[in-house]
Design a protein around this ligand. Structure first.
Ligand code: TXA
Ligand code: MG
Length: 571
């Protein structure tokens, strides 16, 4: 973000605000503490004299003011457009300040502070009378946190008062994780903002209510629930974290009842295993929809406005991106956003909660992806019997060759690409195989080009069929499993092979051809070594009959599925 200085564009920053019945013009100063030695003292002075100051923290930017000054606190509510019953948390520079503003402090509060402060944890404790009811939204409790940002800690120390600071967004909008975000919402409404760089965590603090037994999680945040449980043991998760509050229900954290983090577009959150949620989104996208997805899946949504949440396994990056993702859609024409969502482990709980709140809890859960077994092998090895065995076990079989032929008939984009590359090879009945064959079989470059056109279109189609299957096991039947990269969709790849002499006999019988010709066909195919090298498993067909082999294949797949179940239970 380019630094914005106070000596440029004053008029832009001047807006009128209505405060206590007066119209006030404010010039929002931007402080750069890393280059301006006086920044901390001047920022602290704003707090001391009852002004409003944007402060950087490790979670999100806050809209800070003296928590003990009722006028200053009122001004926070006005600038944010925040309902008065939604309490503010107060920020202190260390746990030594706890007893100044809280009473009946349990030992656990000090243990948590010792382990996690400064850091993304807010504790709810009984308030002392010096904390105005205006600050606590009328509650007898107060939220306290010690933020992990050296500049803000220095400002609070210097100001000598606890700083009340909600997130620095206009009420209802996504929280700001850069000074620029906060200026978008607050320029002209606050006295200054301290630019401390992008927030390291990116989602707000975890809120734990210590006034009840067992302690209650009111908001998942930058400190994982697992870490809290290490210190506290039992922690109850408040129902407002997981569900939309119904009409008239009174949440324990008053903020929970308001729609939050909402971009202008509607949001639908898709939970479940990432490959499956990606397949779900790509098959439900309409023109003009936007997508928030994990980095691995960006290319699946070409033609749409896509925001990268970060790698599916990296919740910290997701936390850093989630508000920016929601916010930046506002400057586009997108009216509906479909979002992939992490599971509830670690920081994923907080990231998912922010997405779900942005969606007003409009959530589709697509669950686990099926277990995918790719099956390949040279002709005459008994692949069909192996597939029959898998079918008997309840698997869905996807015949990639059949899908390809269907696409040749239906997919006009594929037809066009083939025509562009190889001339007019379609007639009224469809593809003229002889004509195309005569081009590609004599020219290896042409064959490569055809394969690349076909595989590029085939893979997304097969991917959707595979990952959206209702069956828990899917067999992908593909002769060119590896050449097409369809193996990348598979958990296991099985090469069905058979001794050459047996294959010769079978092909002769099956296709009614002479031995010489059968040997020629086998010679033109990949050898056994290729499958032994490429596949995760080999299924050898040296059985006396097809029936015997099918039973062998059945036992083989039973064993594979049993192993998979054991692995799942182990996790
Ligand atoms: O990371 C954070 O916590 C950021 C930074 C700036 O520190 N602050 C922040 O504040 O997220 P805010 O106001 O946007 O969210 C605080 C939430 C609100 O939902 C509020 O209702 C709840 O905490 N809260 C505050 N005091 C409470 C209390 N005494 N009892 C229950 N909930 C409380
Ligand atoms: Mg907030």
């Amino acid at each position: 973000m380019p630094p914005r200085r106070t000596d440029q564009g004053h008029s832009d920053r001047r807006r009128s605000r209505h405060l206590n019945g007066r119209s006030v013009l404010l010039e929002t100063r931007v402080f750069h503490p890393e280059i301006d030695k006086n920044a901390i003292a001047e920022a602290a002075e704003i707090i001391r004299r009852g002004g409003l100051l944007g402060i950087p923290t490790e979670t999100v930017y806050g809209l800070g003011a003296d928590a003990l000054n009722e006028d200053a606190v009122k001004a926070i509510f006005t600038a944010k457009g925040r309902p008065q019953d939604n309490p503010l948390i107060i920020h202190v520079p260390s746990c030594h300040w706890l007893k100044k503003y809280c009473r009946d402090i349990p030992d656990t509060a000090y243990r948590l502070a010792e382990r996690f402060w400064p850091g993304p944890l807010t504790m709810i404790l009984p308030r002392r009378e010096n904390v105005p009811l205006l600050t606590t939204g009328g509650l007898e409790t107060v939220g306290v946190r010690c933020p992990d940002h050296p500049v803000t800690l220095a400002i609070i120390e210097k100001a000598g008062v606890p700083v009340a600071a909600p997130s620095g967004n206009t009420s209802g909008r996504p929280s700001p994780t850069t000074a620029a975000h906060m200026l978008e919402d607050m320029e002209g409404k606050i006295d200054g903002i301290v630019d401390g760089g992008p927030c390291r965590v990116g989602v707000e603090s975890t809120i734990i209510d210590l006034t009840v037994t067992p302690p209650r999680l009111l908001r998942p945040g930058g400190l994982p629930l697992e870490s809290l449980r290490e210190v506290l043991g039992d922690v109850v998760v408040d129902s407002a974290v997981k569900h939309r509050m119904s009409e008239g229900e009174k949440p324990r954290a008053p903020g929970m009842k308001y729609r939050h983090y909402a971009p202008k577009a509607s949001v639908t959150v898709v939970t479940g295993e990432p490959v499956r949620s990606a397949a779900y989104i790509s098959s439900h996208l309409a023109e003009g929809d936007g997508v928030i997805c994990f980095s691995e899946f960006i290319s699946e949504f070409a033609g749409h406005i896509v925001h990268d949440l970060g790698p599916s396994a990296d919740c910290l990056t997701q936390a850093q991106h989630v508000f920016d993702a929601l916010r930046t859609f506002d400057s586009t024409g997108v009216t509906r956003i479909l979002a992939q969502c992490p599971d509830e482990k670690g920081l994923g709980f907080a990231v998912g909660n922010r997405l779900k709140k942005a969606a007003g809890f409009m959530v589709v859960d697509v669950g686990k992806k099926p277990f995918v077994i790719g099956i390949t092998g040279p002709t005459g090895s008994g692949k069909t019997s192996a597939l029959n065995a898998l079918k008997r076990l309840g698997a869905r079989i996807i015949d990639c060759d059949a899908v390809y032929h269907e696409m040749l008939k239906q997919d006009s984009a594929l037809q066009k690409e083939i025509t562009d590359a190889f001339g007019d090879v379609f007639n009224r009945e469809g593809l003229d195989r002889k004509k195309l064959g005569s081009i590609v079989f004599s020219d290896p470059d042409a064959l490569n080009r055809l394969n690349s056109v076909v595989y590029t279109r085939l893979i997304p189609e097969i991917r959707k069929l595979v990952y959206l299957s209702d069956e828990s096991v899917v067999g992908v039947d593909a002769i060119n499993l590896f050449e097409s990269s369809l193996n990348s969709l598979c958990d296991r790849t099985v090469g069905v092979i058979a001794p050459a002499e047996i294959r010769v006999k079978r092909i002769m019988e099956r296709d009614g051809i002479r031995e010489e010709y059968a040997r020629l066909r086998i010679g033109a195919q990949k050898d056994e070594q290729f499958y032994r090298r490429s596949c995760t498993d080999i299924l050898m067909n040296d059985s006396a009959s097809l029936e015997e082999f099918e039973n062998k294949a059945y036992a083989f797949f039973c064993h594979m599925l049993k192993r998979k179940k054991e692995e799942d239970n182990h996790e």
